[in-house]
Design a protein around this ligand. Structure first.
Ligand SMILES: *[C@@H]1O[C@H](CO)[C@@H](O)[C@H](O)[C@H]1NC(C)=O
Ligand SMILES: *[C@@H]1O[C@H](CO)[C@@H](O)[C@H](O)[C@H]1NC(C)=O
Ligand SMILES: *[C@@H]1O[C@H](CO)[C@@H](O)[C@H](O)[C@H]1NC(C)=O
Ligand SMILES: *[C@@H]1O[C@H](CO)[C@@H](O)[C@H](O)[C@H]1NC(C)=O
Ligand SMILES: *[C@@H]1O[C@H](CO)[C@@H](O)[C@H](O)[C@H]1NC(C)=O
Ligand SMILES: *[C@@H]1O[C@H](CO)[C@@H](O)[C@H](O)[C@H]1NC(C)=O
Ligand SMILES: *[C@@H]1O[C@H](CO)[C@@H](O)[C@H](O)[C@H]1NC(C)=O
Ligand SMILES: [Ca+2]
Length: 534
């Protein structure tokens, strides 16, 4: 089955033909009836060529490289009286697979994601990414100050407008009678939120989406990011945990939780099943180092547990056991403080050290840019045949893993009474030990999703370019052939370099199932099985 699938894809790739020129005039003609859209450029890129906008594209300063021969296009769209956004297209020449794939952004950043577009163009997709209406670094939210129209572009408007116009452009550019066969989306983090928001507002946009660690609950995530940083301040306080203790904390979590999942392998496969004894970190004498004092332990408790308000109401999940706390604890992340300053209070001098739950409640009422992807009734997307593959690392310090579990459960609570079986259209995979969107020291994590390119590979999983190992191919197979993935096999390459070969592979299971070790070499996927815990 897997092999014939690849053959089918190759067949599509070989029959697509372009009969239009890659020039600004071509696209100006296609957009002639759209008063808001302007062509910035159209540039032919030869096979194995590169494309990008250099350092002017702050979050994506590196060119996409080793591209298939394609046409790179830039379009500007006026979105209100005083705002506009740009989007870019990579339109493969003879290798077009008659499919469209859009990708997204990271953090609060703005810029066209040419690198991920390049990765996905290798499958044959015509790819698109938008700058969301501004140019900024991932950790910079200052652009939002008194710019409500730009915040709306970032929230959802730029993505939707870009998707609609891209489909129009692609259909006309290739001049194929049947137009686009299938439309997809793949991205992580803010990109995950953008994809979810798009299918909530416009279920018709995509046939399938691959979503990683989505930043879906915007005011809560930003608020919690700030709140978790504030636990550890001021530095002079006895509750402060110094940077030097973070490795000690992670090591103790690994020591206790790694074996509790059934196999000592340096990987905490089930952080939620770990019965962790925090007090094991307590200092045993007054002069002891590499240990915590009682006040510090209280900070740690808060950090690894859900944030609840004074009335014990849930606000946002904490990070999971095994996550390195350095990202949120060693400084106050602008992802939290900039959001309050520039999106909520419009005040550059806002004193974020006074931040409390009341500020989260206020941010909830504003919901800047209407960005929050909290329409849990995904049945319109399901009814049009849409499929969702979602993944989240269990050691994510930027976006707590629990926020994806919470989202999943909310959708379940919304749809189960309607007789829906989530597995029929929405499958969720936890990736043990993976950090934010990609990366793990020892755990297999690589599934060829967006924002996770690997050294020595243009795309996909070298040596395993099939729907069992590659989430993009799994998504296509589910949408186009109707075969859903019961598991995905994640790969760990030696030193994360595809040219050095595979170190280990392991199944990722459809939530809430978990991979359990059977016997034999634990680096081989066949020695694991996906099991229900009850
Ligand atoms: C493709 O381009 C890269 C540089 O991006 C270069 O190192 C490589 O040799 C080129 N390969 C071919 C086949 O031309
Ligand atoms: C990146 O791509 C642009 C556009 O094709 C090109 O002008 C530039 O030279 C490239 N930069 C590098 C470092 O290859
Ligand atoms: C656009 O105009 C409105 C109304 O004058 C103003 O509030 C806003 O700051 C302007 N800029 C943006 C990017 O929204
Ligand atoms: C800040 O500006 C946004 C629009 O950009 C508005 O919705 C919000 O109410 C303002 N905040 C305050 C505290 O006035
Ligand atoms: C702790 O350190 C202080 C100062 O260095 C020293 O005077 C004291 O004897 C030490 N106490 C113990 C129990 O080692
Ligand atoms: C925000 O989006 C929701 C749909 O999720 C819609 O019902 C609502 O009208 C939107 N609000 C604004 C202010 O655009
Ligand atoms: C992997 O990286 C380590 C540390 O940088 C290095 O010592 C080792 O030689 C590398 N392995 C291979 C096969 O390149
Ligand atoms: Ca383990």
């Amino acid at each position: 089955m897997a092999r014939s699938w690849v053959v089918i894809l190759r067949l599509f790739a070989s029959i697509a033909l372009v009969n239009t020129q890659c020039t600004p005039e071509t696209f100006a003609t296609i957009l002639a009836n759209n008063a808001e859209a302007t062509v910035n450029f159209a540039q032919a890129v030869p096979r194995n060529g590169s494309f990008g906008q250099g350092s002017a594209n702050i979050p994506f300063p590196f060119n996409a490289t080793r591209l298939p021969a394609l046409c790179a296009v830039g379009i500007n769209v006026k979105s209100s009286e005083n705002s506009s956004y740009n989007f870019g297209l990579f339109l493969p020449d003879s290798t077009w697979n008659e499919r469209f794939l859009a990708t997204g952004n990271g953090g609060l950043g703005g810029g066209i994601n040419w690198p991920d577009m390049g990765t996905f163009s290798h499958y044959g997709f015509a790819t698109m990414s938008t700058d969301t209406g501004h140019i900024s670094a991932v950790f910079d939210g200052s652009w939002a100050l008194n710019a409500p129209e730009t915040v709306i572009d970032w929230g959802y408007r730029a993505m939707h407008g870009s998707v609609v116009l891209s489909k129009h452009i692609i259909t006309n550019y290739y001049a194929k009678a049947n137009g686009i066969k299938y439309s997809y989306y793949a991205s992580c983090s803010t990109g995950g939120r953008q994809g979810l928001r798009e299918i909530q507002l416009h279920p018709e946009s995509f046939d399938g989406i691959s979503i990683g660690a989505p930043a879906w609950w915007t005011p809560r995530l930003a608020g919690s990011t700030l709140w978790q940083g504030l636990y550890n301040y001021p530095v002079s306080d006895s509750k402060h945990i110094d940077n030097s203790l973070f490795p000690v904390i992670v090591a103790e979590m690994k020591r206790q939780c790694d074996p509790q999942d059934g196999l000592v392998d340096g990987i905490i496969s089930d952080p939620y099943g770990c019965n962790f004894d925090f007090e094991a970190l307590l200092c045993k004498s007054t002069n002891a180092t590499k240990c915590l004092k009682p006040a510090q332990l209280t900070t740690l408790y808060k950090f690894y547990n859900d944030w609840v308000d004074e009335k014990q109401e849930f606000v946002f999940p904490g990070v999971s056991l095994g996550t390195n706390p350095a990202f949120l604890m060693s400084s106050i992340s602008p992802l939290g403080s900039d959001f309050s300053r520039y999106f909520v209070y419009n005040d550059t001098n806002y004193d974020y050290t006074k931040f409390t739950y009341k500020d989260v409640q206020f941010a909830d009422t504003i919901n800047p840019g209407n960005a929050t992807a909290s329409d849990f009734d995904l049945s319109p997307f399901m009814k049009r045949g849409g499929k969702i593959l979602k993944y989240h690392g269990t050691a994510d310090a930027l976006i707590p893993t629990g926020s994806s579990i919470y989202f999943y459960k909310k959708v379940l609570q919304t749809l189960r009474s309607k007789g829906v079986n989530l597995d029929d259209f929405y499958r969720f995979f936890l990736v043990p030990d993976m950090g934010h969107c990609s990366g793990s020291e020892t755990g297999p994590f690589y599934i060829a999703a967006g924002s996770s390119s690997i050294a020595g590979a243009t795309h996909s999983v070298p040596g395993h370019e099939d729907a069992e190992h590659d989430i993009i191919l799994a998504m296509m197979k589910w949408v186009e052939v109707g075969e859903a993935p019961d598991q995905l096999i994640a790969t760990k390459f030696v030193n994360d370099s595809a040219t050095l070969g595979v170190q280990s592979q392991r199944p990722l299971c459809v939530y809430p199932k978990q991979a359990k070790y059977i016997s034999g070499d634990p680096n081989l996927p066949e020695n694991w099985e996906c099991k229900s815990l009850y």
